[in-house]
Design a binder for this molecule. Structure first.
Ligand SMILES: O=C([O-])CC(=O)C(=O)O
Ligand SMILES: [Mg+2]
Length: 389
């Protein structure tokens, strides 16, 4: 058993949307295929991965360091003890050979993308959906049948602010979502409050609305928003300040008793641990949003979940960023609290299998082996076109 090829391409995930920090007009995404010598249903098993959204493609790091390390390794060192499958932990260790600690960022995205493709291949070789493989291996066989999801969108679109926002939120509610998320922080507070009021009119209850500042605020602005938002009783207030400003997050907790969410821009177990140690996040209500694709993949995610457990945090307090099928599998298989969903943005990467509709803000998973890319036709055709043809 061996990996015979690893292919990568950078594709566009550009769109005309903007959050408080960036626009996505030039956003790219890496797609990866790990081709194995295993044959299932008459075809070689190929695992696929992509790097979620919001961080640019990482092809050069993959080409220069991570793919050569895997292709140069003795194949026997990359397979598991029973020698009947690839070993994602051994593969991870090989990719990270001669990498110093610290400075997690672009490298974590490159490794996380290849790791996704490896797990897709591992589940396909085992002939199981990934969430089932994870539950069988790590949770005594108990998986969640479906996963809580919320609809993320509500970006700034010049020219169609309030009415456009309401139409968008209405379409999410019509598609089965209870909780929706919108962006804040690009407009002044007074204007954002008008946008929030408009969204609440549609989602019916402030407790059905999350707001996301994408790390834009300094402490003063974060607290000013906290004071204005607190009386609403929103579902959560996300990423108020810089992701690495743990002191800001801890101070914010002194001014906001509602639920806070953050973590999508923390890319390692160590960064996540610093958030838990120093960020003032509260294990009884707050939400952690680490995204495996951006943060060294599922191998590292398991270390993060173990770290959380040691610190008294339930895995149910994790609702990953990224709205992708990999996190959905982790959520169902490793008992997270839910997953983000992008019903419209970041297509075709955002969203889940074609046949799995959302009901009461919950979504099921397909039964195909692997992550489920083959059951999401628009994404699968892109992956095939870019990597296999
Ligand atoms: O706008 C983005 O970068 C995505 C984001 O924060 C989210 O989905 O929470
Ligand atoms: Mg966010």
């Amino acid at each position: 058993m061996r990996i015979i090829d690893i292919r990568e391409k950078t594709v566009s995930i550009a769109s005309p949307i903007a959050n408080a920090f960036i626009d996505f007009s030039k956003m790219t995404c890496s797609v990866v295929a790990v081709v194995t010598d295993q044959i299932r249903d008459g075809k070689p098993v190929v695992g696929f991965g992509f790097n979620s959204n919001g961080r640019y493609g990482q092809g050069s790091l993959m080409r220069e360091r991570f793919i050569p390390r895997l292709m140069e390794a003795d194949p026997a060192t990359l397979i598991d003890e029973g020698e009947d499958n690839l070993d994602p932990f051994a593969i991870w260790k090989t990719m990270m050979t001669n990498e110093k600690p610290g400075g997690h960022g672009e490298r974590s995205v490159a490794v996380g993308t290849i790791d996704m493709a490896v797990w897709d291949a591992v589940a396909k070789i085992a002939g199981k959906p990934l969430y089932r493989l994870l539950a069988d291996r790590y949770r005594d066989g108990v998986a969640d049948d479906d996963v809580w999801v919320y609809a993320a969108g509500g970006y700034y679109h010049s020219g169609k602010e309030i009415e456009g926002l309401k139409d968008e939120m209405r379409s999410y509610v019509d598609r089965g979502y209870t909780v929706c998320k919108m962006k804040i922080g690009l407009a002044p507070l007074a204007d954002d409050l008008k946008r929030i009021d408009a969204a609440i009119e549609v989602v019916g209850d402030p407790a059905n609305l999350c707001v996301d500042a994408n790390g834009r605020f300094d402490l003063k602005t974060a607290v000013a928003y906290a004071k204005a938002l607190e009386p609403y009783g929103l579902y959560w207030y996300e990423e108020a300040g810089d992701p690495l400003d743990y002191a800001l997050q801890a101070e914010l907790a002194q001014h906001y008793s509602g639920r806070m969410a953050t973590g999508e821009n923390l890319f390692s177990m160590q960064d996540a641990r610093n958030l838990i140690r120093y960020g003032g996040m509260r294990a009884d209500r707050d939400i952690l949003q680490f995204d495996c694709a951006l943060s060294y993949g599922l191998v590292e995610y398991m270390r993060t979940l173990a770290m959380m457990k040691e610190n008294g945090w339930s895995s149910r307090r994790v609702v990953p960023h990224g709205g992708h099928q990999m996190s959905l599998n982790i959520a169902a298989g490793l008992h997270l609290g839910g997953n983000e969903s992008y019903p419209d943005v970041f297509q075709p990467f955002g969203g889940f299998a074609d046949a799995t509709g959302v009901r009461n803000s919950r979504v099921g998973l397909p039964t195909v082996p692997g992550v489920g890319f083959e059951a999401k036709s628009a994404l699968y055709s892109l992956l095939k076109r870019e990597l296999l043809d």
